[in-house]
Structure formats: C-alpha cells, structure tokens
Ligand binder design. Structure first.
Ligand SMILES: Nc1ncnc2c1ncn2[C@@H]1O[C@H](COP(=O)(O)OP(=O)(O)OP(=O)(O)O)[C@@H](O)[C@H]1O
Ligand SMILES: [Mg+2]
Length: 254
C-alpha cells in the first residue's frame, strides 16, 4: 500500500516576511505508522504539517504521498488521501452550521446525499458532538470547535491523518475520547503535539523539530527517557514518567 507512505526530502520553507521556518527536513513514514512531531513553540511543526496537504509550497525539497509528489496537479488527489486537522479550528470551520461544515468535504467528493448524511451523523457521534449539529461553529467553545474539526476530517475517511494539536483546549474526558478514537484509526497518523503523554499513548515514533531542523527521529519511549535531549528542546518528560509528586517515588534527583 505505497499510497499511504509519506516522504519528505530536504524540505525548506521561508515565509513571505523572510522568516526561515524549515531548514532541511527529511523523513519517511510508512503505512500504518503513528508518528508524533514535537518541539517548542515556533519550532516549525505546523509549517511542516501544512506542507503535507500542499497548503504551503516548499522553497526547496520534495514531499511525496505514496507514488505522487505533492504538486498543483496532484493536489485534488492528495487532499482526498490526507486529512488535516489544523491547529486553529477557525481555519477549518467556515459554514453556517456544524452539519454543513462536516458535510462540506463529502458533498465535494460527489457522494450521494444519504451517504453524506450518514457520514456526518457518524463522524459527529464519534467525537461526541452530535448535540452540536445545528449550532453555528463560530459560537462554539474552543474544545467543541476542535471536536467538530476532527469530525470534518473523519467524514472524509482519509488514508492518512495529519493533526496539529488535536487535543488542545479539550477537557480531560474529551481528550481521552480523542486518544481512544485515534487508537482505532489504523492508517498512518502524524500528530504535532505538546502533549507528550498523548504521544506516548498513540505514537511509537517521535520526531523532534528545533528551529526548523530535525534533531531526533526515533522510538517515542527512548526519546521520552532522554532528559538531556528533551531539555535541549524545551520539552519535559511526559507526566506519567515524572514519578509521584507527593512521595517523590520515581522522581529524578536534582
Ligand atoms: N504566517 C507566518 N508568517 C511569518 N512567519 C511565520 C508564520 N507562521 C509561522 N511563522 C514562523 O515560522 C516559525 C515556525 O512556526 P510554526 O507555526 O511552524 O511553529 P510550531 O512548531 O507549530 O509552534 P507552536 O508549538 O507554537 O504551534 C516560527 O518562527 C514562526 O514565528
Ligand atoms: Mg503549531
């Protein structure tokens, strides 16, 4: 199933104002892998993810999804294959109601109305947002917007799921529901997150980005144990690895 492979070669990107956001990033993600992209604020995570759906065009380097390079010509096909949840839900939601937003993608695929209705119902139910179906998205709370954004992407049944901070602003139960949901998604997942516990739960592999460069690419468990590496990149061990805050058991001595 080579169409689920994501390959990035020597990717560099500079924003129009001259900010150099990516400075030569390369990796290859194979079918079914679940990969966390972590790093400090401004490291380049969102910029990297925006290239995977062709929302940004590389200054140099190449991105391939399966057998195809991401170019203007392949973009419609790429967008059917790769579903992206943006960091800011306001970039994702623009229709008058939640139902319209979730139906937008499937209707654009030309699916029959009955199929669209059932996809909308299912996707909203999966993220626990069925009760929001008639609400205007711009009046929702941040966490509700996030859930609806995820539903818009699930309704497209993508082969590759790219998510930028999927659990930001979510309450603990909603966060847990999203994690459990993502565990059942068997295709390729690429998740940018500051939630390193989420990375531990969902991703066997982690990439660390720092100042637009890849500084680590390895097993999540190994990376999360490397305190020096985490610290250099303004990261902290996941909470579950920090030991007991009350009795001190398992806490590092410093
Ligand atoms: N539209 C833009 N114009 C100019 N510079 C930008 C723009 N968007 C981001 N940048 C810059 O590009 C760099 C990478 O930003 P990016 O949003 O990719 O970081 P990030 O790792 O996603 O950070 P965060 O954890 O805060 O979401 C930063 O220096 C940022 O200031
Ligand atoms: Mg970001």
């Amino acid at each position: 199933m080579s169409h689920h492979i994501v390959e990035v070669r020597d990717l560099a990107y500079r924003y129009p104002d001259g900010t150099s956001a990516l400075r030569g990033i390369s990796f290859r993600i194979t079918h079914g892998e679940s990969v966390a992209v972590v790093g400090s604020n401004g490291a380049g995570k969102s910029t990297l993810l925006l290239h995977l759906t062709g929302a940004l065009k590389p200054a140099s380097g190449e991105i391939r999804i399966g057998d195809f390079p991401v170019t203007a010509k392949t973009l419609p096909m790429i967008r059917r294959t790769v579903g992206m949840v943006f960091q800011d839900p306001d970039d994702q939601l623009f229709m008058p109601t939640v139902t319209d937003d979730v139906a937008f993608g499937p209707l654009n695929l030309g699916l029959p109305e009955e199929e669209v209705r059932s996809r909308v119902r299912e996707a909203l139910a999966i993220v626990g947002a069925g009760h929001l179906k008639d609400r205007p998205p711009y009046r929702l709370s941040q966490g509700e917007k996030r859930a609806v954004s995820i539903a818009t992407v699930l309704a497209m049944s993508p082969d590759i799921l790219v998510m930028d901070e999927p659990t930001a602003n979510m309450d603990p139960t909603a966060r847990r529901q999203v994690i459990e949901l993502l565990k059942t998604f068997e295709h390729t997942k690429i998740i940018a997150t500051h939630d390193l516990d989420l990375a531990m739960d969902l991703c066997r592999r982690t990439l660390i980005i720092h100042e637009g460069r890849m500084v680590a690419d390895g097993a999540t468990l190994e990376i999360m144990q490397d305190e020096a590496l985490l610290k250099q990149n303004r990261l902290e061990k996941p909470l579950r690895m920090q030991g007991c805050p009350v009795c001190g058991f398992g806490r590092p001595k410093n």
